[in-house]
Design a protein around this ligand. Structure first.
Ligand code: FES
Length: 68
């Protein structure tokens, strides 16, 4: 099933990205490109991140951002 129709991102791709450490919406956007057009998928993407086992895992940094 497509999660992000605008960029043809399906559920499997989102699960793989979250499993690889892209444990937040910004990380998914940077890694997959999803959620950057109409935005209709963002609520579903957030739900998928919450449901996925990212417990204790730190989200990978998004290129171009810095916390320092
Ligand atoms: S459905 Fe994801 S940006 Fe449009």
């Amino acid at each position: 099933m497509y999660i992000c129709v605008c960029y043809a991102i399906n559920e499997r791709k989102v699960h793989e990205a979250v499993s690889a450490g892209h444990c937040d919406l910004a990380g998914l956007r940077a890694h997959l490109g999803c959620g950057r057009c109409c935005g209709h998928c963002t609520a579903h993407l957030r739900d998928m991140v919450k449901q996925h086992q990212c417990n204790g895992q730190t989200a990978l940094p998004v290129a171009g951002t810095s916390t320092q």
